[in-house]
Design a protein around this ligand. Structure first.
Ligand code: SUG
Length: 455
């Protein structure tokens, strides 16, 4: 039996609206709005706490140190911190925004993960995403890689690869473009890699750039030593990308044998899906339940606005691995406000075949305004018993951790933030101290790194 652990990125104290998300309509339309970092972080924490309270293992990843002064320096902003901030703001404010971004909160983009039971060497493979489609996100890869490596430094059965080379052919945005369908023990599964281009590298978007390539899927399949018979690659439809579906998890989601997808999510047709269903059934002895949502039920635009497909589906803990799974569905509040998405959710909850026991609407207004829903904030890592027990017990979110993190946020985070505030060196130093003061940082960051960053 594998247990799914959810790793959520804590929303960092520099959270602001930079309008930086490529093809991300929410981020672009909220550019320069005054943000509420404290509320943002508390919303994210409360979502993670809900999962933990359902009995599902939950880990919080610390925010990254911003700005990375070397990053500013590499772009020509030298000198002390104060002059770096001021010069960047005065000459190219979008560079200051990128340097200050809290985008590492969206950990669905942190990495692609293949559990032990999918890989030929029986090890858990993690490839941190290079996120090279945008300046603000590309900076995340190095620190997140170090964090995963520190967490698993003594485990031989976990491989943390280097991110793929930082070149356009290898654009990688992690698990947001990766689906794993499996049986109810989590052990037997298939993996699906989704890209914006086709196998020959073609794409026909008119409005927005693609963020993930087919070649990336191929490389990760090799690195993770996946069985080619149990892997698939699909292409996102150009119409979806151009409507604001910058990641596949905005239009399709899978959990165990359930796969929800909008009818215009992919370019592939029913023949391809029938083949995936056949392989899944052979592998798992379970019938896949593929639910296709038609535009007449929920328009593409409404899917992007409500983030229905970015809901988080979780399995409640089991006494015995053979027990059938019971699911809870965590949807953003925007889905409740929209009659079409609400009707779909209510219908699915009534459908006994789906075993959806409960629906939770969560408030993630600040993250949603930058294009990130409940599923964007978490990376799922399925662990076997040994991998579970080798993690330090204090790592998992419990009541004590919840209260400590809550108090840390209330103590350190600003209530409001605009980009111009981030030229104030005193404030920025305070926000850096906040990151260093995160009470569980030492699980992920070696002290030497902190010394290097200390102002
Ligand atoms: O990459 N937004 C993120 C949202 C990522 C959502 N993740 C998933 N769908 N899994 C992005 O576009 C906005 C930052 C800003 O504008 O300040 C941003 O980066």
């Amino acid at each position: 039996m594998l247990r799914e652990v959810n790793f959520d990125g804590i929303i960092g104290p520099t959270h602001h609206f930079g309008g930086l998300g490529v093809g991300n309509v929410a981020s672009q339309s909220n550019r320069a709005r005054v943000s509420r970092p404290r509320d943002a972080a508390l919303e994210g924490l409360n979502k993670a706490w809900l999962i933990a309270q359902l009995g599902i293992p939950q880990v919080l990843l610390p925010p990254l140190m911003r700005p990375d002064r070397d990053f500013l320096s590499s772009l020509g902003y030298k000198g002390n911190l104060s002059s770096q901030l001021k010069e960047a703001y005065e000459t190219e404010p979008q560079i200051l925004s990128a340097a200050m971004s809290a985008s590492a909160m969206w950990t669905a983009n942190a990495a692609t993960v293949s559990p032990t039971t999918d890989t030929a060497d029986g090890r858990l493979h993690i490839t941190p995403a290079n996120l090279i489609s945008s300046l603000h996100r590309a900076q995340e890869a190095r620190e997140r890689t170090e964090m995963f490596r520190n967490l698993w430094h003594s485990s031989d059965d976990v491989v943390v690869h280097d991110p793929l080379p930082s070149v356009l052919q290898m654009r990688d945005e992690g698990a947001a473009n990766h689906l794993r369908l499996c049986d109810s023990t989590g052990e037997r599964g298939i993996e699906i890699f989704v890209s914006g281009d086709s196998e020959s590298g073609e794409f026909h978007t008119q409005r927005f750039a693609i963020r993930q390539t087919w070649a990336t899927g191929k490389a990760i399949r090799r690195l993770h030593k996946l069985d080619p018979q149990r892997c698939f690659q699909l292409q996102q439809s150009a119409q979806a990308i151009d409507t604001g579906v910058f990641h596949n998890d905005v239009i399709s989601t899978a959990h165990e044998h359930l796969w929800f997808m909008h009818e215009v999510a992919f370019t592939e047709d029913d023949t391809n899906f029938a083949e995936i269903e056949r392989v899944f059934e052979n592998r798992t002895a379970t019938r896949m339940k593929r639910i296709v949502i038609h535009s007449s039920e929920l328009s593409l635009l409404a899917a992007v606005k409500t983030y229905l497909f970015n809901s988080q589906i979780v399995t409640l803990p089991k006494e015995d691995p053979r027990e059938p799974s019971r699911f809870h569905w965590i949807a953003p509040q925007q889905c409740e406000a929209n009659p079409d998405s609400r009707a779909l959710l209510e219908r699915w909850c009534r459908d006994s075949e789906l075993s959806l026991e409960k629906l939770h609407y969560v408030s993630l207004q600040e993250s949603m305004s930058n294009g990130g829903g409940p599923a964007c904030l978490r990376l799922r890592i399925p662990l076997n018993r040994q991998q579970m027990s080798s993690l330090p017990p204090g790592l998992f979110l419990d009541a004590e951790q919840y209260h400590r993190v809550h108090d840390w946020i209330v103590k350190w985070y600003p209530e409001h933030l605009a980009l111009s505030d981030l030229t104030d060196v005193m404030l920025v130093e305070h926000l850096q101290q906040a990151v260093l003061a995160y009470p569980y940082r030492s699980y992920f960051v070696r002290p030497a790194r902190d010394e290097f960053h200390t102002i």
